[in-house]
Design a protein around this ligand. Sequence first.
Ligand SMILES: Cc1cc2nc3c(=O)[nH]c(=O)nc-3n(C[C@H](O)[C@H](O)[C@H](O)COP(=O)(O)O)c2cc1C
Length: 250
Amino acid sequence: MNTLLIEVSGFTFSIKQLLFSGVINGYFCKVILHMGDWKKDIASFHHQFEAGELNESEMDKDPILQFEKWFAIAMEQKVEEQNSFVLSTATLTGIPSARVVLLKSVDANGFIFFTNYESRKGKELEENPFASMTFYWPTLHRQIRIEGEVKRVTEQESKEYFHSRPKASQAGAWVSPQSSPISSRKELEEKHAAFMSKHESQEIPAPEHWGGYRILPKHIEFWQGRTNRLHDRLAYTLDKGKWRIYRMAP
Ligand SMILES: Cc1cc2nc3c(=O)[nH]c(=O)nc-3n(C[C@H](O)[C@H](O)[C@H](O)COP(=O)(O)O)c2cc1C
């Protein structure tokens, strides 16, 4: 049987999509919609940012309090997954790695997230205890960059947070050797189910290999998208125990 191929072009930002395939009048027909080549289109994506502006006079002297103000606005504006951020770490020889984690708490000393201490990030932080955090809230056209030294939170803080999580997540922290190769998903799920049934009627203790880190900021930058690429960037740097604030070129 002959094949009749009909292709329709014109739409952007997606991949080739099969609309129909079947036999019409003895011809096997395949109708494919070409949705454009996003690799070409991506270079021409331009956003105009008009959500707000940043004035030195309106910024808090303390960048952690300023962060809290922005966080409250993001919450009010229902920014999706606003507590997720890119955590960047590096080995002692300077090889970087980055991943998304969740901010779980902020206090006067810094920013707290939880993880497996034996994961890749955990190992890198043990040998090189410095990290950066990057928040991006697209609907507000805002970015926050935070850099500083990293210290483990106290065991008590880790335990308290661990026990506040759902039991199935607690079990997950025990059975998943985060960042290590595993043989199959099936094995992981079986380990999880066995762990859950073993602890059905008992409390799951907090594992020693799991807990929180606090990033003690030395540098924090608030970025607000503006028109014509003339964005606002106000940075704070800790200088002999005092925060110095200055504007940076976008
Ligand atoms: C939205 C989101 C939130 C995440 N939150 C965490 C988290 O709070 N802690 C964590 O260890 N991993 C979290 N992850 C998984 C990490 O991105 C990463 O896969 C994992 O921590 C292993 O990273 P590593 O191998 O670099 O150590 C999250 C992933 C996403 C996409």
